[in-house]
Design a protein around this ligand. Structure first.
Ligand code: CP
Ligand code: NVA
Length: 307
C-alpha cells in the first residue's frame, strides 16, 4: 500500500504513470466512457483549511469513478476538539477506502498515514502541495511543453515552491526559484531536492532577482504571497514582495511562447497582474480542471497498488 504525501516518495516512472492514468481517464470521460474503478469505495476528505479546487475535484472525481466522498471539516469532527490524530486515523481508515487531508503541519499527515490502514493523500500541508503539481505537469504535457522544461518560480518559498522543487528533482528539469531574502524555501527540503537532482540531472537554483530567474525560461509560475495560516503577516509580506509581481514586463523576459501557471486562488495586483493573468487564463483554468483528472489518475493508481 502506498500513501501520496510528497513527490519525494515517488520515482519519475511512477509520477509519469499516474499522469498517464489520469490522461486516459480524462480521454474516456470526454468520450462519455465512465471509468468505475472505485465503485462502492469511499474517500474521507479532512479539511483543516479552506478549499475550492481541492474539495470540488476530489469529491467530483470520486463520484465519477463510482465512489463517494465525505467532506469532514475540522469544525465538525472531533479532531478539531482534540481527538488524537492516531485515533482519528484508526477510526476513519476502518470504514473508508482512502483519505485525503488538508492541514497545517506536514507531521500531522505523516502521523495519520502511519496509523492508517488505507492510502492517505496530501491535499496540501504547510510543506507540500503535491496533487497540484500532478495537475500542473499534466497541463504542460497537454500543451506539449513537457520537453526541455526550464521553469521559474517567482514569489514566496512555500509549499508550492517545495513541490515544484521535488517535481524538477524527480523529472530532471531546470527550476529557478526567485524569492525575497528571508523567504527562501525550507533549507532541509532544498537539500533533499538537491540530493535527488544530483541523480536525475535536474538543476535547481535559488536567487533573489525575479528577472534573472525568468530570463529565457519556458514556464513561469507563482503563488500567493500570503498562504493560509499567514494572514497576520499580510501587510509586511506585501511590502517585502514588492517587485515580485509577474506582469507583462516580467513575462517578456521569458522565452517566446512561454507558459504561465498559477495554482489559484490568484491575487491580482500582488503576485500577478490582472492583464498577464487574463492573457494566460486558458492554460490556468485548464490547470485547475486538471486537478480533477490528475487526482482521478492518482486515486486509481493508489487503489491498484494496494493489490
Ligand atoms: N489550488 C488549490 O489547491 O486550490 P484550493 O485551495 O481552492 O483547493
Ligand atoms: N501556498 C498556498 C497555496 C494555496 C492553494 C497556501 O498554502 O495557502
Amino acid at each position: 500500500m502506498r500513501h501520496f504525501l510528497t513527490l519525494k516518495d515517488f520515482t519519475k516512472e511512477e509520477i509519469l504513470e499516474i499522469i498517464e492514468t489520469g490522461l486516459l481517464i480524462k480521454k474516456n470521460l470526454k468520450a462519455k466512457i465512465y471509468n468505475q474503478e472505485l465503485k462502492n469505495q469511499t474517500l474521507a476528505m479532512i479539511f483543516e483549511k479552506s478549499s475550492t479546487r481541492t474539495r470540488v475535484s476530489f469529491e467530483t472525481g470520486m463520484f465519477q469513478l463510482g465512489g463517494h466522498a465525505l467532506f469532514l471539516s475540522n469544525r465538525d469532527i472531533h479532531l478539531g476538539r482534540g481527538e488524537p490524530v492516531k485515533d482519528t486515523a484508526r477510526v476513519i481508515s476502518g470504514m473508508c477506502d482512502m483519505v485525503m487531508i488538508r492541514t497545517f503541519e506536514h507531521s500531522m499527515i505523516e502521523e495519520f498515514a502511519r496509523c492508517s490502514k488505507v492510502p492517505v493523500i496530501n491535499g496540501l500541508t504547510d510543506s507540500y502541495h503535491p496533487v497540484q503539481l500532478l495537475a500542473d505537469y499534466m497541463t504542460l504535457v497537454e500543451y506539449g511543453m513537457d520537453k526541455n522544461i526550464v521553469a521559474a518560480y517567482v514569489g514566496d518559498g512555500n509549499n508550492m515552491t517545495h513541490s515544484w522543487m521535488m517535481l524538477a528533482a524527480k523529472l530532471g528539469f531546470e527550476l529557478r526559484v526567485a524569492t525575497p531574502k528571508g523567504y527562501e524555501p525550507d533549507s532541509k527540503i532544498l537539500q533533499e531536492a538537491l540530493a535527488i537532482a544530483k541523480e536525475s540531472g535536474a538543476i535547481i537554483k535559488l536567487m533573489n532577482d525575479p528577472k534573472e530567474a525568468v530570463a529565457g525560461v519556458s514556464v513561469v509560475t507563482t503563488d500567493t504571497w500570503v498562504s493560509m495560516g499567514q494572514e497576520s503577516e499580510k501587510e509586511e509580506r506585501i511590502k517585502t514582495f514588492k517587485g515580485f509581481m509577474v506582469d507583462d514586463e516580467m513575462m517578456s523576459l521569458a522565452q517566446e511562447g512561454a507558459k504561465f501557471l498559477h495554482c489559484l486562488p490568484a491575487y491580482r495586483g500582488l503576485e500577478v497582474s490582472e492583464e498577464l493573468f487574463e492573457k494566460h487564463s486558458d492554460i490556468v483554468f485548464k490547470e485547475a480542471e486538471n486537478r480533477l483528472h490528475a487526482q482521478k489518475g492518482l486515486m486509481v493508481w493508489l487503489d491498484k497498488k494496494r493489490g
